[in-house]
Design a protein around this ligand. Structure first.
Ligand code: MN
Length: 239
């Protein structure tokens, strides 16, 4: 990963991209593991994602307590981030969003699984975490480390975990990976919903081996990420 200044700028940009793509609205957030200390992560103060600037980025310990005294308001649901970083050393960026297209798959028995080649990065079926199972009647927000750790356990070694009646959490190896997984999980959900409607419930999903097959363009794409550049450009950002 790059240096701290670059990562902070990239994280602020990622907030704006997620807003521009409709993955997040006034709510939702993206974090990144601290490039110099894997026991810390970076996350904005409580702001609408489309307004996030580099100055808004704060440092947190993995228990989601702030590293420095800072009176600015903080996201209540930051345990989503700390708990996933704690459970998954392979993960460097986490998105929480309420993308509307994903919600039907959180409240029905219809699984959200990849049907689209660009959604291969979401891996296989996204598990559904129901806060009610362990915590009973709550406001559904992941507001404690107990909630966060239970959510992280449901994510397992996957990339997307759905949150019943709420949204989802997405885990990526980098900011760009977490953003693109969030975008394509949402697009995949939208297209799957359409396909289920016109297909009378019969849909061809990606085969398990297609999800894990190595990317044929990997070498060609070294040092260049066309999708990430497009997302930046669409959101009017140059880094
Ligand atoms: Mn939420």
């Amino acid at each position: 990963m790059g240096n701290l200044t670059d990562i902070v700028r990239e994280l602020a940009a990622a907030n704006r991209i997620l807003a521009h793509e409709g993955v997040v609205d006034a709510y939702g957030h993206i974090s990144v593991r601290h490039p110099d200390d894997p026991k810390k992560y970076l996350l904005s103060v409580s702001r609408s994602p489309e307004l996030v600037e580099p100055e808004d980025i704060m440092e947190f310990h993995l228990d989601s307590n702030p590293v420095k005294d800072d009176t600015r308001p903080k996201y209540v649901e930051r345990p989503i981030h700390g708990s996933i970083f704690e459970a998954r050393p392979d993960i460097n960026s986490v998105v929480h969003n309420h993308a509307y297209d994903v919600i039907p798959f959180t409240i029905t028995d219809v699984p959200l699984r990849p049907i689209l080649h660009s959604a291969r990065r979401m891996k296989d079926v996204a598990p559904v975490w129901d806060i009610h199972d362990k915590f009973g009647d709550t406001d559904l927000l992941v507001s404690s480390n107990d909630h966060g750790r239970d959510l992280a356990a449901a994510l397992g070694d996957g990339r997307v975990v759905l949150m019943r009646g709420h949204g989802c959490a997405v885990a990526g190896t980098s900011i760009a990976d977490a953003v693109q997984t969030s975008v394509y999980a949402m697009v995949n959900a939208r297209i799957l919903l359409q396909a289920l409607m016109i297909g009378g419930g019969k849909v061809k999903y990606l085969h398990a081996g297609e999800i894990t097959a190595p990317a044929s363009r990997r070498d060609q794409l070294k040092g260049q990420n066309r999708a990430w550049e497009t997302l930046l450009s669409r959101a009017g950002i140059s880094l």
